[in-house]
Design a binder for this molecule. Structure first.
Ligand code: NYM
Ligand code: MG
Length: 220
């Protein structure tokens, strides 16, 4: 391996429930694979681990947990995969991540936990190079066949969550101005599937060749 070998880009997709994240993530993975670009899809919560199974049970209301406890479990679920994410990126593979720490803050803070308290456990995680925020109003999202049965899948919750995402969009943009890494792009997710796919590709394309700099640490 030559020392000039590039690492893979760390790309996160965020948004409300039913914003089309998982569909768009799958489409993007297919597109990259068709171009023989190495990519790995990672989803948070990752419900397959021991911690992930606790989260799954909470989301399906099969168990109750204190708000702080579940918040820390979501964060721990990211930390337990952090090393593997870094190794994958350093091996030159793109990671496309369906939700990350931004969802962690948005959903917990929507319940009234302090924003800074919510942010703290995720500080120093591998930082995304690009955050795609699929923006949609809760009303529009609901029209898409309605919300499911899980916790948080209610219009009122989603409205609060969207406000907090809006705050993070501003803060991340301000930080990007200073540091020139960790770009947040808001995509209009109320458009047709094809239009959203096209908007995402425009933003992602410059990242697919890989990056030369180090993996950054979130909010450091
Ligand atoms: N969620 C997701 C959180 O509350 N905190 C987190 O850190 C993450 C990653 O889990 N409503 C919430 C957002 C979703 C729910 O995610 C399950 P999905 O993508 O619908 O499986
Ligand atoms: Mg969901």
């Amino acid at each position: 391996m030559s020392s000039s070998k590039k690492r893979g880009a760390f790309i996160v997709i965020e948004g409300l429930d039913r914003s089309g994240k998982s569909t768009q993530a799958a489409t993007l993975v297919e597109r990259l694979q068709a171009k023989h670009i190495a990519v790995q899809l990672q989803k948070f919560p990752d419900r397959t681990t021991t911690i992930g199974r606790m989260i799954d049970s909470y989301l399906r209301s099969e168990s109750d947990l204190d708000d702080h406890t579940i918040h820390l479990l979501f964060s721990a679920n990211r930390w337990e995969l952090a090393t593997s994410i870094e190794e994958t990126l350093n091996a030159g593979t793109i990671i496309l991540c369906d939700r990350y720490a931004f969802s962690g803050i948005a959903f917990s803070a929507s319940k009234g936990l302090p924003f800074e308290w919510c942010r703290a456990p995720d500080v120093s995680l591998p930082a995304p190079d690009l955050i795609l925020f699929l923006d949609i109003t809760p009303e529009k999202a609901k029209e898409r066949g309605g919300y499911g049965e899980e916790r948080y899948e209610k219009e009122e919750t989603q409205r609060k969550v969207r406000q907090i995402f809006g705050r993070m969009a501003e803060e991340t943009a301000a930080q990007y101005e200073k540091s020139n890494h960790g770009r947040w792009v808001t995509i209009d997710a109320s458009q047709s599937l094809e239009a959203v796919t096209a908007d995402i590709w425009k933003v992602v394309e410059p990242f697919v060749e890989g990056l030369s700099g180090p993996i950054h640490r979130l909010w450091e």
